[in-house]
Write a protein that binds this ligand. Sequence first.
Ligand SMILES: *Cc1c(COP(=O)(O)O)cnc(C)c1O
Length: 401
Amino acid sequence: MALKSTDDKGIQTLAIHAGESPDPTTGASTPGLVMSSSFVVDEEISFSANNLSAETPFVYTRWDNPTTQRLEQKLAVLEQAEAAIAFASGMAASAAVLLAHLSQGDHLVISNTNYPGTAEFARNTLGRLGIEVTPVDTSASANIESAMRENTRMLWLETPSNPLLRISDIAAAATIAHANDALLVVDSTFATPIATRPIRLGADLVVHSLTKYIGGHGDAMGGSVCGSRALIGPLRGEALVHYGGVISPFNAWLIMRGMATLPLRMRCHEHNAIAVANHLERHDQVEMLLYPGLESHPQHRLASAQMDNFCGMICFRTAAPRRVARRMMQQLEVIHYAVSLGHHRSLIYLMQTDDLIGSSYCLDGDELDRYRAVAGDGLFRLSVGLEDAADLIADLDRVLG
Ligand SMILES: *Cc1c(COP(=O)(O)O)cnc(C)c1O
């Protein structure tokens, strides 16, 4: 019993069954957890990752592991990609893509507001290695077009992006990237494969922090990259084996269990987020709110066309945000004042503007003015969880006053 074909199955069936099959020796219906770091072999296996191939048996878990392989197969099916590879965290996955697919003298075009770790890695680490980086607001395709150069080898989008929930047009970006012989990479962590399938829209590689919606329960860190076999192969041979950011099989197993309910959870995240966003948008203490599912979002039309689910991320602004944040830390009952997102628990955190633009984004000129006009001194990033929407609204009303 295992899926004979995946093309004809629905997303709920695939989230549960893809990559899985009953254990041939025990008949166990649930996939086993293989914690072994090494494997007994019956032939000589080369010590070099250069000789790794699809036929190489399991040798050592930093190369490949049966539990992790199941997770990778499930991810590839959900993303409609040929292949997937898992890493220890979203940052390990992002760093692997950037280091393994860019070299000295290459040029990278990247969203100018995105996950701070990615922004800092691109600017500081890649810069030090002689890779040129141009951050632009990728939510306008014209900005991407004018940033492309002769030596641009990669375009990196994050959509929706952290923390402004800007949406970038993946299909338009793919056309621009490919006309320039550059790879299009999409960090689709906020969207998940339930909302958007970037590969189908022309992306070459899709990055996820599995720590967020895909794992979904706030108990395991992981990251992944999906794409063609030709692009994923080097990530295994070079990045996984030599940079060493391998996921624990236990985390792979937990994340795979979380994925079984991803379609159901995303439906509930969206349902709750619409209720909370509608309430907050009319709240007299809320000065501004961004949610791609509301008509008030500046790119609601693009979001509706590109996303099958608006996910559970909301950003909003209040007066005196630090005072409000302090009240949240002390008085919230259900929502946790904590970083991260995409968990079953609701999480809220103040993203302070000076912090972000000073250390992570380094915006200047018009871009800085535009960021400040939207974000003021800071934005609350709310990851709406799976609790009852009425309880979340009551919790927020209590601290907003
Ligand atoms: C969290 C996150 C990352 C980094 O993932 P980790 O698992 O925390 O390393 C990358 N991109 C986005 C959009 C994220 O939200």
